[in-house]
Design a protein around this ligand. Sequence first.
Ligand SMILES: [Zn+2]
Length: 277
Amino acid sequence: MRIDFHTHVFPDRIAARAVEKLEAAGDIRALSDGTAAGLAASMAAAGIDISVTLPVATAGRQVISINDGALEQVRTFSGRGLLPFGAMHPEFGDYRAELKRLARGGVRGIKLHPDYQGVFFDDPRILRIVDAANEQGLVVVTHAGADIGFPPPAHCTPERVLALLRAVRPDKLVLAHMGGWQMWDEAGEALAGTGVYVDTAFVLAPHAHRDGRPVDMLSPERFTALVRAFGADRVLFGTDSPWSDQCGTVRRIEACGLTEAERRAVFQDNAARLLGL
Ligand SMILES: [Zn+2]
C-alpha cells in the first residue's frame, strides 16, 4: 500500500483560479488540475491508495467551513481514496472546541501554514494550538522551511521548531518538505532525533520554474542521507500534488537506494500508524 501524506485539492468551482494564482506566486507549473477528480486519476496512475489532503486556512473565518467539509468527507472514507485533514488558524477563537469537534468526527489531523497565516511557528498562538491538538490525539502537519511562493523571512525555520519543542511536546508533529524546505542541512542537524516526523513533499530534483530555470532541490544521495538522519520510521511519503506529480515522486524515491524495509516504512507503515489505519 502507498499513502501520500501531503496533497492539496480545491473545490471544483475555484480550482482553476486557485491553481493559476499559486502557479504565478511560485513561478511553477501544476502537474494536475487541483480537483479531487484530478487527484484520484493521478493516484490510480501512481498506485497510491490513500492521499491525505491538506487545507490551508488563510483567515480565521475560513476554518469552520473547511472543517465542515472535512468532517463530511471523512464520514464516507472507506479506507481508500482521499482522506481530508482539517484546518486551524492562529486567529480562530475557540480552537479547543473546534479541535475536539474534528477529533470526535474522525478527522485525523490539521494543517498549519505559518507563512500564509502570518505567524511564526514559536508564537504562543501556535504553541497552544499544537498543544491542544496533541491533547485530542490529532496529527499536526506544518509547512516548514522556505516557501516557493512567499518572500523571506520563513516563518517555520528549524530554529523556531526547536523553540516550540522546548515549550510543548507533540507526539505527532509532521514538518513538511523534509523538515524545512531549502534549509535541509539545518533541519537535519537541529531536528533529527527530536521525535518529529518529516514528509518527502516537493524536495527531490528535478523541478523547474516555468521558464525552465531549475528549482534547488535534494539530490538522491542527500535525500537518502536525510531520511537516515531522521530515521526511516519518522519519514512520510508525500508529494505536494498538484505541485509534484505523484508518479514521478514514487519513481524518484524508489531510485534513491533505500532498503525495502525503509521504503515500506516511508510509503506505508509510518502513515498508517499516524492515521490509525
Ligand atoms: Zn503543500
